[in-house]
Design a protein around this ligand. Structure first.
Ligand SMILES: *[C@@H]1O[C@H](CO)[C@@H](O)[C@H](O)[C@H]1NC(C)=O
Ligand SMILES: *[C@@H]1O[C@H](CO)[C@@H](O)[C@H](O)[C@H]1NC(C)=O
Length: 244
């Protein structure tokens, strides 16, 4: 009898060892993700990085999945095009009337996909404008990652983005805008604080301060409600001029 039972014990031992190691691995992985998540300098009650993206490569794959989707790209360049360009034209015209933008502004649209925002800027007479996204879309959009913009410091007078929710490292997103804007330059962000983003969002924003607290070298010039393709809040920030 003992001889038949004997092999069971080492098996159980192995099983519990296996379970323990699996649990330990899962635990350390979630700790890693949590550690990654709290790297933002905004308070976690204002801005949260979504868990589940284990590496920057995972993140890139997720973003490229949407950006390269042929069905979406076709929609963006056809059915979507005129409607978006006309709505963006209204937003930018209004910002120009309010003095945040001029025909002479050098303007950048961050996360511009196929370039509807850039087309809008050019249509209303802001000709020195360009877009940037992970995938280039010539001639309106050049390749670049907003975590590390491919531009020299003080390159732009104006930067616009409606993809803040895609930032895996929001403090770098803000830092790069601060670096590439000239002193006195304006950054306009369209965000949502009431709805959740889609499955491509890398962060969730709970209050405007989750954004503005990242822009240390800026004054908040204006915050207002807008109706911008699922995004409900416009934040206008002006980079401070260097103190004498
Ligand atoms: C995106 O992901 C879906 C499933 O998650 C897959 O079917 C599709 O091929 C991917 N597309 C690209 C462009 O990577
Ligand atoms: C800006 O450009 C638009 C379109 O070309 C033009 O109608 C407008 O008069 C220009 N504004 C100024 C101040 O030059």
């Amino acid at each position: 009898m003992t001889t038949t039972k004997a092999p069971v014990k080492p098996f159980r031992l192995l099983l519990s060892l296996f379970l323990f190691l699996t649990a330990a691995l899962l635990l350390s992985r979630s700790t890693l993700t949590r550690h990654f998540s709290t790297s933002s300098s905004a308070s976690p009650s204002l801005l949260k990085i979504r868990p589940g993206l284990r590496s920057y490569d995972d993140y890139l794959k997720l973003q490229l999945n949407k950006t390269l989707n042929p069905r979406l790209r076709r929609i963006w360049t056809t059915r979507d095009w005129n409607r978006k360009v006309s709505v963006f034209s209204r937003f930018f015209s209004e910002l120009r009337e309010a003095g945040f933008l001029s025909n002479a502004s050098r303007a950048l649209c961050i996360g511009a996909r196929v370039g509807q925002e850039v087309a809008a800027l050019r249509a209303i007479g802001i000709s020195d404008s360009i877009g940037m996204d992970l995938v280039p879309s010539p001639p309106l959009v050049v390749q670049g990652d907003f975590h590390s913009q491919p531009f020299a410091g003080a390159s732009f007078d104006f930067e616009f983005s409606n993809v803040f929710d895609h930032a895996l490292y929001p403090e770098r997103f803000a830092g790069e805008i601060e670096r590439t804007l000239r002193p006195g330059g304006v950054c306009v962000l369209h965000v949502t604080v009431t709805r959740r983003g889609d499955r491509y969002s890398a962060n969730d924003l709970y209050a405007v301060e989750g954004v503005t607290s990242l822009f240390k070298g800026f004054d908040v010039a204006r915050v207002r409600k807008v109706d911008g393709f699922g995004l409900d809040t416009e934040i206008v920030l002006r980079k401070k001029k260097r103190r004498r």
